[in-house]
Design a protein around this ligand. Structure first.
Ligand SMILES: Nc1ncnc2c1ncn2[C@@H]1O[C@H](COP(=O)(O)OP(=O)(O)OP(=O)(O)O)[C@@H](O)[C@H]1O
Ligand SMILES: [Mg+2]
Length: 373
């Protein structure tokens, strides 16, 4: 960054928080003549800190991810489950939360990511935050609650690996209030893309969509689950890309969930009719359908070697948004989304731990070889 005078710095700050501020207003605030402000603004343009007369700030390349962080614990019982007594089990722990998974995938692909969420004042929270920080994620906007523990998801599987019970202790996420969004708004609005998950409270999602009307970033939302999809407002017009799976879309649209005749293209059209500028609907092993702007196409799932399907959708969103953010076409973004979810279902973890751009490139070239054969 070139050297700026104290006055130039203050003017830049005023313009960043209100890009439409008049020279007269800046002059009044700084107790300087309007002509002096005009000269200072010309200097800021010369120094590349403002692009043109509209006071357009240089575009940030940052992607801000806002939503849920959770600590996952899985227990595999050694015998059939017995209620009311102690059951011996093997345990594994991992880091989760849809937006955290998306942010981790992006960070592993060298994207500049800022994560906004909440943790408790406890060891699991600190561990989750440190892991993201060590991956290069900006964790400065992660809130700490003093009255709730970090969100946890606990899954108990029987000796045949069938889920006996899932326990979601996620009340803390309700503390990501509209006020928290207002407090972080300067950081959020300077992003290139903002990605939300529906772990956020309904009124917080509403607030972001409202504030977005006066911002320049692009917005994507992941619906997370059948129940949380209902947190979306009826008007989807502030959403650039909505990522959802079939069951979540059916839930949001209040369609008959028992009907077997819902067609993916009809569902995406209904979501577009609610105002979304783009929709990507994933359907597990059946692949996905894209309906963005005037582009509508379906694409098959890539992987035949599935080990663990959980996290596939999160990886898809990360791959798709990372690619489109770098200027790629919708088709390319769709291919990368599918490739990253294929890499993820082929690993035991919800986020592939060896993920890098190199691993992704190698996987893509292997896929090319398969297609050519
Ligand atoms: N069983 C599978 N076989 C092959 N590919 C799969 C399978 N499950 C998922 N995928 C890939 O991952 C993409 C996203 O999966 P899915 O529709 O299950 O997302 P999701 O329901 O949001 O998953 P999650 O919430 O667990 O991350 C699919 O479009 C597909 O490319
Ligand atoms: Mg999902």
């Amino acid at each position: 960054m070139p050297k700026l005078s104290k006055t130039e710095k203050i003017i830049l700050e005023l313009i960043s928080s209100d890009p439409f501020i008049s020279q007269a207003k800046i002059a009044a605030k700084l107790k300087l003549a309007r002509s002096t402000i005009a000269v200072q603004i010309t200097q800021l343009i010369d120094k590349g800190q403002l692009i043109g007369r509209g006071y357009i700030l240089p575009k940030s390349q940052k992607i801000t991810c806002i939503g849920g962080i959770a600590f996952n614990r899985k227990y595999l019982l050694s015998t059939s489950p017995l209620l009311g007594t102690s059951n011996p089990a093997k345990s594994t722990r991992s880091y989760g939360g849809v937006i955290r998974n998306i942010a981790e995938n992006m960070a592993r692909m060298d994207i500049d990511v800022c994560l906004i969420s909440i943790i408790g004042n406890d060891e699991s929270g600190k561990e989750l935050r440190t892991q993201m920080h060590n991956l290069g994620v900006d964790t400065s906007q992660i809130l700490i609650s003093n009255d709730s523990p970090t969100a946890e998801y606990i899954a108990v599987f029987d000796d045949k690996n069938e889920l006996v019970m899932g326990i979601a202790s996620m009340d803390i996420l309700d503390q990501i209030s509209p006020k928290c969004i207002e407090n972080s708004w300067q950081s959020i609005r300077s992003s290139d893309w903002v990605v939300l998950d529906c772990n956020l409270p309904k009124e917080t999602i509403k607030k972001i969509l409202e504030l977005k009307k006066n911002a320049n970033f692009m917005l994507a939302i992941d619906t997370v689950s059948v129940s949380k999809a209902k947190r979306l407002p009826d008007d989807l017009s502030q959403i650039d890309i909505l990522f959802t799976n079939k069951a979540e879309a059916i839930s949001f649209l209040n369609l008959n969930k028992n009907s077997k005749t819902h067609k993916l293209n009809k569902i995406t059209t209904q979501l577009r009719n609610k105002g979304a500028k783009g929709v990507v609907l994933t359907d597990g092993a059946n692949g996905h359908i894209v309906n963005i702007g005037s582009e509508v196409f379906t694409s098959p799932a890539i992987s035949k070697n599935v080990k663990n399907v959980s996290g596939a959708g999160d990886a898809f969103v990360a791959g798709f948004i990372s690619k489109i953010h770098s200027g790629a076409s919708v088709r390319e973004a769709s291919n990368i989304g599918a490739a990253l979810s294929a890499l993820t279902v082929e690993s035991q973890m919800d986020v592939r731990q060896d993920l890098s751009n190199k691993v992704l490139d190698e996987y893509l070239s292997k896929e090319e070889i398969i297609k050519e054969n």
